[in-house]
Design a protein around this ligand. Structure first.
Ligand code: DMJ
Length: 440
Protein backbone atom coordinates (compact mmCIF):
# COMPACT_ATOMS: atom_id res chain seq x y z
CA UNK A 1 0.00 0.00 0.00
CA UNK A 2 2.69 2.40 1.08
CA UNK A 3 4.92 1.60 -1.86
CA UNK A 4 1.98 2.14 -4.26
CA UNK A 5 1.41 5.58 -2.76
CA UNK A 6 5.10 6.42 -3.13
CA UNK A 7 5.09 5.14 -6.71
CA UNK A 8 2.05 7.28 -7.49
CA UNK A 9 3.69 10.29 -5.91
CA UNK A 10 6.83 9.77 -7.98
CA UNK A 11 4.72 9.39 -11.10
CA UNK A 12 2.91 12.60 -10.23
CA UNK A 13 6.23 14.44 -9.91
CA UNK A 14 7.34 13.14 -13.27
CA UNK A 15 4.06 14.10 -14.93
CA UNK A 16 4.11 17.22 -17.08
CA UNK A 17 0.44 17.70 -16.13
CA UNK A 18 1.61 18.96 -12.75
CA UNK A 19 3.48 22.19 -12.26
CA UNK A 20 7.23 21.77 -12.30
CA UNK A 21 7.12 23.85 -9.13
CA UNK A 22 3.74 25.24 -8.18
CA UNK A 23 5.11 27.51 -5.45
CA UNK A 24 7.62 29.13 -7.81
CA UNK A 25 4.99 29.51 -10.53
CA UNK A 26 2.85 31.32 -7.97
CA UNK A 27 5.76 33.53 -6.92
CA UNK A 28 6.28 34.61 -10.54
CA UNK A 29 2.53 35.33 -10.90
CA UNK A 30 2.69 37.47 -7.77
CA UNK A 31 5.68 39.43 -9.11
CA UNK A 32 3.86 39.94 -12.41
CA UNK A 33 0.77 41.24 -10.60
CA UNK A 34 2.91 43.54 -8.45
CA UNK A 35 4.51 44.99 -11.61
CA UNK A 36 1.18 45.30 -13.42
CA UNK A 37 -0.38 47.10 -10.43
CA UNK A 38 2.54 49.56 -10.46
CA UNK A 39 1.89 50.21 -14.17
CA UNK A 40 -1.83 50.70 -13.40
CA UNK A 41 -1.10 53.10 -10.57
CA UNK A 42 1.62 55.26 -12.11
CA UNK A 43 1.42 54.88 -15.89
CA UNK A 44 -2.09 53.72 -16.82
CA UNK A 45 -2.86 54.58 -20.43
CA UNK A 46 0.80 55.30 -21.25
CA UNK A 47 3.40 53.27 -23.09
CA UNK A 48 5.68 52.30 -20.22
CA UNK A 49 6.39 52.83 -16.53
CA UNK A 50 9.45 54.50 -15.05
CA UNK A 51 9.43 52.68 -11.71
CA UNK A 52 12.02 54.70 -9.80
CA UNK A 53 10.49 58.10 -10.51
CA UNK A 54 6.98 56.55 -10.60
CA UNK A 55 6.22 58.38 -13.83
CA UNK A 56 4.98 57.29 -17.27
CA UNK A 57 6.97 57.21 -20.48
CA UNK A 58 5.50 57.59 -23.97
CA UNK A 59 7.79 56.64 -26.84
CA UNK A 60 6.49 59.23 -29.31
CA UNK A 61 4.98 61.91 -27.09
CA UNK A 62 1.53 60.33 -27.29
CA UNK A 63 0.66 56.84 -26.18
CA UNK A 64 0.28 53.71 -28.30
CA UNK A 65 -0.57 51.71 -25.15
CA UNK A 66 2.54 49.63 -25.68
CA UNK A 67 2.59 47.98 -22.22
CA UNK A 68 -1.09 46.92 -22.11
CA UNK A 69 -0.99 45.58 -25.67
CA UNK A 70 2.32 43.79 -25.12
CA UNK A 71 1.23 42.35 -21.74
CA UNK A 72 -2.34 41.34 -22.62
CA UNK A 73 -1.62 37.71 -23.49
CA UNK A 74 0.49 37.24 -20.34
CA UNK A 75 -2.44 38.51 -18.25
CA UNK A 76 -4.64 35.95 -19.99
CA UNK A 77 -2.11 33.12 -19.73
CA UNK A 78 -1.57 33.73 -16.00
CA UNK A 79 -5.32 33.79 -15.39
CA UNK A 80 -5.65 37.45 -14.36
CA UNK A 81 -9.09 37.70 -15.93
CA UNK A 82 -10.27 41.00 -14.41
CA UNK A 83 -7.02 42.75 -15.27
CA UNK A 84 -7.10 41.33 -18.80
CA UNK A 85 -10.68 42.54 -19.28
CA UNK A 86 -9.72 46.03 -18.07
CA UNK A 87 -6.69 46.14 -20.37
CA UNK A 88 -8.81 45.01 -23.32
CA UNK A 89 -11.41 47.69 -22.61
CA UNK A 90 -8.65 50.33 -22.56
CA UNK A 91 -7.26 49.04 -25.86
CA UNK A 92 -10.66 48.64 -27.55
CA UNK A 93 -11.78 52.12 -26.55
CA UNK A 94 -8.64 54.23 -26.51
CA UNK A 95 -6.07 52.82 -28.93
CA UNK A 96 -5.81 54.75 -32.18
CA UNK A 97 -3.11 54.75 -34.82
CA UNK A 98 -4.41 57.88 -36.52
CA UNK A 99 -1.47 59.89 -35.24
CA UNK A 100 1.04 62.16 -36.93
CA UNK A 101 4.06 60.38 -35.49
CA UNK A 102 6.99 58.59 -37.07
CA UNK A 103 7.38 55.15 -35.47
CA UNK A 104 9.96 52.40 -35.63
CA UNK A 105 8.45 49.68 -37.82
CA UNK A 106 10.25 46.77 -36.15
CA UNK A 107 9.42 47.67 -32.54
CA UNK A 108 5.80 48.54 -33.29
CA UNK A 109 5.38 45.34 -35.30
CA UNK A 110 6.77 42.99 -32.67
CA UNK A 111 5.23 44.68 -29.62
CA UNK A 112 1.94 46.14 -30.85
CA UNK A 113 0.96 44.25 -34.01
CA UNK A 114 2.07 40.96 -32.44
CA UNK A 115 0.26 41.74 -29.17
CA UNK A 116 -2.97 42.63 -30.95
CA UNK A 117 -2.86 39.46 -33.04
CA UNK A 118 -2.22 37.07 -30.17
CA UNK A 119 -4.86 38.96 -28.13
CA UNK A 120 -7.30 38.43 -30.98
CA UNK A 121 -6.50 34.73 -31.25
CA UNK A 122 -6.93 34.26 -27.49
CA UNK A 123 -10.15 36.24 -27.07
CA UNK A 124 -11.84 36.36 -30.47
CA UNK A 125 -12.27 40.13 -29.88
CA UNK A 126 -12.80 41.51 -33.41
CA UNK A 127 -11.82 45.03 -32.36
CA UNK A 128 -8.27 43.76 -31.75
CA UNK A 129 -8.11 42.41 -35.29
CA UNK A 130 -9.54 45.66 -36.71
CA UNK A 131 -6.82 47.58 -34.88
CA UNK A 132 -4.16 45.16 -36.17
CA UNK A 133 -5.42 45.56 -39.72
CA UNK A 134 -5.43 49.36 -39.43
CA UNK A 135 -1.89 49.31 -38.01
CA UNK A 136 -0.69 46.88 -40.69
CA UNK A 137 -2.02 49.17 -43.43
CA UNK A 138 -0.27 52.17 -41.91
CA UNK A 139 3.03 50.25 -41.66
CA UNK A 140 2.97 48.94 -45.25
CA UNK A 141 4.71 51.99 -46.84
CA UNK A 142 7.97 50.86 -45.19
CA UNK A 143 8.33 48.24 -47.92
CA UNK A 144 8.32 50.84 -50.73
CA UNK A 145 12.11 50.97 -51.00
CA UNK A 146 13.98 50.14 -54.23
CA UNK A 147 14.96 46.74 -52.78
CA UNK A 148 11.69 45.91 -51.00
CA UNK A 149 13.55 45.79 -47.68
CA UNK A 150 11.76 48.04 -45.17
CA UNK A 151 12.77 51.54 -44.16
CA UNK A 152 13.34 51.88 -40.43
CA UNK A 153 10.55 54.38 -39.64
CA UNK A 154 7.13 55.34 -40.97
CA UNK A 155 4.72 58.14 -40.14
CA UNK A 156 1.43 56.51 -39.12
CA UNK A 157 -0.68 59.32 -40.62
CA UNK A 158 1.21 60.38 -43.74
CA UNK A 159 3.03 57.15 -44.60
CA UNK A 160 6.29 59.13 -44.96
CA UNK A 161 9.25 56.78 -44.45
CA UNK A 162 12.75 57.45 -43.14
CA UNK A 163 15.88 55.57 -42.13
CA UNK A 164 17.80 53.75 -44.83
CA UNK A 165 20.39 52.02 -42.63
CA UNK A 166 18.73 48.92 -41.24
CA UNK A 167 19.75 45.42 -40.21
CA UNK A 168 18.70 41.77 -40.57
CA UNK A 169 16.72 41.71 -37.30
CA UNK A 170 14.60 44.71 -38.28
CA UNK A 171 14.16 43.53 -41.86
CA UNK A 172 13.65 39.85 -41.16
CA UNK A 173 11.51 39.86 -38.02
CA UNK A 174 8.17 40.83 -39.53
CA UNK A 175 6.77 37.77 -41.27
CA UNK A 176 5.20 35.96 -38.30
CA UNK A 177 3.13 39.06 -37.55
CA UNK A 178 2.39 40.23 -41.11
CA UNK A 179 1.73 36.65 -42.24
CA UNK A 180 -0.71 36.06 -39.38
CA UNK A 181 -2.44 39.33 -40.27
CA UNK A 182 -2.89 37.98 -43.81
CA UNK A 183 -4.28 34.74 -42.42
CA UNK A 184 -6.96 36.53 -40.37
CA UNK A 185 -7.88 39.31 -42.81
CA UNK A 186 -7.53 37.38 -46.08
CA UNK A 187 -5.30 40.21 -47.39
CA UNK A 188 -2.26 38.56 -49.01
CA UNK A 189 -0.32 41.79 -49.33
CA UNK A 190 0.94 41.62 -45.74
CA UNK A 191 2.46 38.16 -46.18
CA UNK A 192 3.92 38.97 -49.59
CA UNK A 193 5.62 42.22 -48.57
CA UNK A 194 7.19 40.80 -45.39
CA UNK A 195 8.24 37.59 -47.12
CA UNK A 196 9.82 39.51 -49.99
CA UNK A 197 11.82 41.61 -47.49
CA UNK A 198 13.13 38.43 -45.88
CA UNK A 199 14.06 36.90 -49.22
CA UNK A 200 15.76 40.09 -50.43
CA UNK A 201 17.88 40.12 -47.32
CA UNK A 202 18.75 36.43 -47.60
CA UNK A 203 19.79 36.90 -51.25
CA UNK A 204 22.40 39.39 -50.12
CA UNK A 205 24.18 36.88 -47.85
CA UNK A 206 27.88 36.46 -48.56
CA UNK A 207 29.36 33.59 -50.56
CA UNK A 208 29.97 31.73 -47.30
CA UNK A 209 26.34 32.21 -46.27
CA UNK A 210 26.62 34.89 -43.58
CA UNK A 211 24.91 38.26 -43.15
CA UNK A 212 26.35 41.47 -41.68
CA UNK A 213 24.74 43.70 -39.07
CA UNK A 214 23.96 46.81 -41.12
CA UNK A 215 22.61 47.21 -44.63
CA UNK A 216 21.31 50.10 -46.74
CA UNK A 217 17.76 49.27 -47.83
CA UNK A 218 17.95 51.58 -50.85
CA UNK A 219 21.23 50.39 -52.36
CA UNK A 220 21.15 46.87 -50.92
CA UNK A 221 24.82 47.27 -49.92
CA UNK A 222 26.15 46.06 -46.59
CA UNK A 223 27.48 48.88 -44.42
CA UNK A 224 28.81 46.54 -41.72
CA UNK A 225 30.34 43.11 -42.28
CA UNK A 226 30.15 42.05 -38.62
CA UNK A 227 28.37 38.71 -38.46
CA UNK A 228 27.05 37.17 -35.21
CA UNK A 229 23.80 36.02 -33.61
CA UNK A 230 23.43 39.04 -31.31
CA UNK A 231 21.43 42.26 -31.48
CA UNK A 232 20.67 43.58 -35.00
CA UNK A 233 20.77 40.04 -36.45
CA UNK A 234 19.36 37.68 -33.76
CA UNK A 235 15.66 37.25 -34.57
CA UNK A 236 16.30 37.09 -38.35
CA UNK A 237 17.46 33.51 -37.74
CA UNK A 238 14.61 32.88 -35.29
CA UNK A 239 12.04 33.90 -37.93
CA UNK A 240 13.52 31.78 -40.72
CA UNK A 241 12.87 28.71 -38.58
CA UNK A 242 9.58 29.80 -37.02
CA UNK A 243 8.05 31.01 -40.31
CA UNK A 244 8.89 27.65 -41.84
CA UNK A 245 6.98 26.03 -38.97
CA UNK A 246 4.03 28.42 -38.68
CA UNK A 247 3.28 28.80 -42.38
CA UNK A 248 4.76 25.54 -43.68
CA UNK A 249 6.77 27.79 -45.97
CA UNK A 250 9.38 25.75 -47.87
CA UNK A 251 11.46 28.78 -48.86
CA UNK A 252 11.85 29.68 -45.21
CA UNK A 253 12.80 26.09 -44.40
CA UNK A 254 15.47 26.15 -47.10
CA UNK A 255 16.78 29.57 -45.98
CA UNK A 256 16.94 28.34 -42.37
CA UNK A 257 18.85 25.17 -43.30
CA UNK A 258 21.42 27.03 -45.39
CA UNK A 259 21.84 29.76 -42.79
CA UNK A 260 22.24 27.53 -39.74
CA UNK A 261 24.98 25.58 -41.53
CA UNK A 262 26.94 28.77 -42.12
CA UNK A 263 26.36 29.98 -38.56
CA UNK A 264 27.57 26.69 -37.11
CA UNK A 265 30.59 26.69 -39.40
CA UNK A 266 31.83 30.24 -38.93
CA UNK A 267 30.29 31.66 -35.76
CA UNK A 268 30.28 28.68 -33.38
CA UNK A 269 33.19 28.92 -30.96
CA UNK A 270 32.09 26.05 -28.70
CA UNK A 271 30.28 26.36 -26.46
CA UNK A 272 29.85 30.04 -27.41
CA UNK A 273 28.82 31.74 -30.66
CA UNK A 274 31.07 34.70 -31.48
CA UNK A 275 31.64 37.21 -34.25
CA UNK A 276 33.24 36.86 -37.69
CA UNK A 277 33.64 38.85 -40.90
CA UNK A 278 30.71 37.90 -43.15
CA UNK A 279 32.88 37.78 -46.28
CA UNK A 280 36.08 36.08 -45.12
CA UNK A 281 34.72 34.16 -42.13
CA UNK A 282 37.71 35.42 -40.14
CA UNK A 283 37.00 35.57 -36.41
CA UNK A 284 36.71 39.05 -34.96
CA UNK A 285 35.34 39.72 -31.45
CA UNK A 286 34.87 36.88 -28.90
CA UNK A 287 31.66 38.50 -27.67
CA UNK A 288 28.37 37.09 -26.46
CA UNK A 289 25.65 38.83 -24.46
CA UNK A 290 22.09 39.01 -23.20
CA UNK A 291 20.58 39.30 -26.69
CA UNK A 292 22.58 36.34 -28.06
CA UNK A 293 21.03 34.17 -25.35
CA UNK A 294 17.87 33.52 -27.42
CA UNK A 295 20.01 31.22 -29.57
CA UNK A 296 19.96 28.08 -27.37
CA UNK A 297 16.16 28.14 -27.65
CA UNK A 298 16.29 28.40 -31.44
CA UNK A 299 18.94 25.68 -31.69
CA UNK A 300 16.73 23.45 -29.53
CA UNK A 301 13.63 24.15 -31.62
CA UNK A 302 15.69 23.38 -34.70
CA UNK A 303 16.53 19.95 -33.22
CA UNK A 304 20.12 20.57 -32.12
CA UNK A 305 19.82 19.86 -28.41
CA UNK A 306 23.52 19.18 -27.97
CA UNK A 307 24.64 22.64 -29.04
CA UNK A 308 21.60 24.23 -27.37
CA UNK A 309 22.35 22.75 -23.96
CA UNK A 310 26.05 23.62 -24.09
CA UNK A 311 25.30 27.22 -25.08
CA UNK A 312 22.64 27.68 -22.40
CA UNK A 313 25.06 26.35 -19.78
CA UNK A 314 27.65 28.88 -20.98
CA UNK A 315 25.08 31.70 -20.93
CA UNK A 316 24.18 30.70 -17.38
CA UNK A 317 27.85 31.09 -16.38
CA UNK A 318 27.64 34.58 -17.87
CA UNK A 319 24.58 35.26 -15.67
CA UNK A 320 26.34 34.01 -12.54
CA UNK A 321 29.55 35.98 -13.10
CA UNK A 322 28.11 39.07 -11.39
CA UNK A 323 24.76 37.71 -10.22
CA UNK A 324 22.93 38.95 -13.30
CA UNK A 325 23.91 38.95 -16.98
CA UNK A 326 25.60 41.87 -18.75
CA UNK A 327 24.55 43.15 -22.16
CA UNK A 328 27.89 42.01 -23.65
CA UNK A 329 30.69 39.80 -22.35
CA UNK A 330 34.14 38.94 -23.70
CA UNK A 331 33.93 35.19 -23.29
CA UNK A 332 37.68 34.61 -23.68
CA UNK A 333 38.60 36.83 -20.75
CA UNK A 334 35.20 36.58 -19.02
CA UNK A 335 35.14 40.36 -18.63
CA UNK A 336 32.17 42.61 -19.18
CA UNK A 337 32.18 44.75 -22.32
CA UNK A 338 28.79 46.49 -21.79
CA UNK A 339 27.48 46.27 -18.22
CA UNK A 340 23.77 47.20 -18.56
CA UNK A 341 20.84 44.83 -17.97
CA UNK A 342 17.53 46.08 -19.38
CA UNK A 343 15.42 43.23 -17.91
CA UNK A 344 15.97 41.08 -20.98
CA UNK A 345 14.17 37.74 -21.40
CA UNK A 346 16.32 35.76 -23.84
CA UNK A 347 18.27 33.52 -21.46
CA UNK A 348 15.00 32.71 -19.64
CA UNK A 349 13.24 32.02 -22.94
CA UNK A 350 15.94 29.50 -23.86
CA UNK A 351 15.71 27.85 -20.43
CA UNK A 352 11.95 27.52 -20.94
CA UNK A 353 12.27 25.97 -24.41
CA UNK A 354 14.91 23.54 -23.17
CA UNK A 355 12.83 22.67 -20.11
CA UNK A 356 9.72 22.14 -22.21
CA UNK A 357 11.58 19.85 -24.60
CA UNK A 358 13.60 17.87 -22.05
CA UNK A 359 11.85 18.35 -18.68
CA UNK A 360 15.29 18.37 -17.10
CA UNK A 361 15.38 19.76 -13.55
CA UNK A 362 18.49 21.78 -14.37
CA UNK A 363 16.35 24.38 -16.15
CA UNK A 364 14.03 24.77 -13.17
CA UNK A 365 17.09 25.38 -11.00
CA UNK A 366 18.25 28.02 -13.48
CA UNK A 367 14.76 29.52 -13.41
CA UNK A 368 14.91 29.89 -9.64
CA UNK A 369 18.29 31.64 -9.89
CA UNK A 370 16.86 34.04 -12.50
CA UNK A 371 13.87 34.81 -10.30
CA UNK A 372 15.95 35.35 -7.15
CA UNK A 373 18.40 37.61 -9.03
CA UNK A 374 15.60 39.72 -10.51
CA UNK A 375 14.01 40.15 -7.09
CA UNK A 376 17.34 40.94 -5.42
CA UNK A 377 18.59 43.49 -7.95
CA UNK A 378 15.78 44.86 -10.11
CA UNK A 379 12.74 45.09 -7.82
CA UNK A 380 11.68 48.59 -6.75
CA UNK A 381 8.75 49.99 -4.73
CA UNK A 382 6.80 50.21 -7.97
CA UNK A 383 7.59 47.37 -10.36
CA UNK A 384 10.95 46.29 -11.77
CA UNK A 385 13.67 48.42 -13.33
CA UNK A 386 16.60 48.02 -15.68
CA UNK A 387 20.15 48.11 -14.33
CA UNK A 388 22.72 50.58 -15.61
CA UNK A 389 25.42 48.16 -14.55
CA UNK A 390 25.49 44.56 -13.37
CA UNK A 391 28.91 45.25 -11.87
CA UNK A 392 27.75 48.04 -9.54
CA UNK A 393 24.03 47.05 -9.62
CA UNK A 394 23.16 50.73 -10.11
CA UNK A 395 19.50 50.98 -11.07
CA UNK A 396 18.08 52.79 -14.10
CA UNK A 397 14.46 53.93 -14.33
CA UNK A 398 12.53 51.90 -16.90
CA UNK A 399 10.32 48.83 -16.97
CA UNK A 400 10.29 47.93 -20.69
CA UNK A 401 7.02 46.44 -21.94
CA UNK A 402 8.79 43.20 -22.86
CA UNK A 403 9.44 42.53 -19.16
CA UNK A 404 5.72 41.78 -18.83
CA UNK A 405 5.31 40.35 -22.34
CA UNK A 406 8.33 38.07 -22.27
CA UNK A 407 10.60 37.93 -19.22
CA UNK A 408 7.95 37.04 -16.65
CA UNK A 409 5.90 34.96 -19.10
CA UNK A 410 8.80 32.62 -19.88
CA UNK A 411 9.82 32.49 -16.22
CA UNK A 412 6.28 31.51 -15.25
CA UNK A 413 6.13 28.85 -17.96
CA UNK A 414 9.30 27.19 -16.67
CA UNK A 415 7.47 26.39 -13.41
CA UNK A 416 3.86 26.03 -14.59
CA UNK A 417 2.35 22.72 -15.73
CA UNK A 418 2.69 21.98 -19.45
CA UNK A 419 -1.10 22.03 -19.70
CA UNK A 420 -1.14 25.80 -19.06
CA UNK A 421 0.14 26.43 -22.58
CA UNK A 422 -0.24 24.47 -25.82
CA UNK A 423 3.42 24.52 -26.82
CA UNK A 424 2.99 22.36 -29.90
CA UNK A 425 -0.06 24.24 -31.15
CA UNK A 426 1.60 27.68 -30.99
CA UNK A 427 4.71 29.50 -32.11
CA UNK A 428 6.05 32.36 -30.00
CA UNK A 429 6.95 35.53 -31.85
CA UNK A 430 10.22 37.20 -30.92
CA UNK A 431 8.21 39.23 -28.37
CA UNK A 432 6.71 36.02 -26.86
CA UNK A 433 3.29 36.49 -28.40
CA UNK A 434 1.84 33.03 -29.07
CA UNK A 435 0.40 32.50 -32.55
CA UNK A 436 -1.64 29.40 -33.30
CA UNK A 437 -0.22 26.93 -35.78
CA UNK A 438 -3.67 25.51 -36.55
CA UNK A 439 -6.98 27.24 -37.21
CA UNK A 440 -9.45 26.80 -34.40
C1 DMJ B 1 12.38 42.28 -27.26
O1 DMJ B 1 11.68 43.40 -27.70
C2 DMJ B 1 12.43 41.20 -28.33
O2 DMJ B 1 12.73 39.98 -27.73
C3 DMJ B 1 13.42 41.50 -29.40
O3 DMJ B 1 13.54 40.44 -30.33
C4 DMJ B 1 14.77 41.79 -28.81
N1 DMJ B 1 14.73 42.80 -27.78
C5 DMJ B 1 13.71 42.71 -26.76
C6 DMJ B 1 14.10 41.93 -25.54
O4 DMJ B 1 15.40 41.93 -25.18
Amino acid sequence: MRSTAVALLLLAFASPLLAADAALAERVRAEFLFSWRAYEQYAWGHDELRPMSKTPRDWYGESLLITPVDALDTLILMGFDDEAAKARKLIDEKLSFDKDISVKNFEITIRVLGGLLSGYELTGDKRLLELADDLGTRLLPVFNSPTGMPYVNVNLKTGKTSGTKSNPAEIGTLLLEFGTLSKHTGKRIYYDKAKNALVQLYKRRSKIGLVGDEIDVETGQWTSRASHVGGAIDSYYEYLLKCARLFHDRDCEEMWRTSIKAVNTYLADPPWYGEADMVTGKRTAPEFGALHAFFPGVLALGGDLRRAKALEAAAFRMWQLHGIEPEVLNYKTMTVTYPGYPLRPEIIESAYVLHRLTHEKEYEKMGKVFLDSLVAHCRTDAGYTNLKSVVTMEKGDLMPSYFLAETLKYLYLIFAPDSVFDFKGNIFTTEAHPLRTRSR
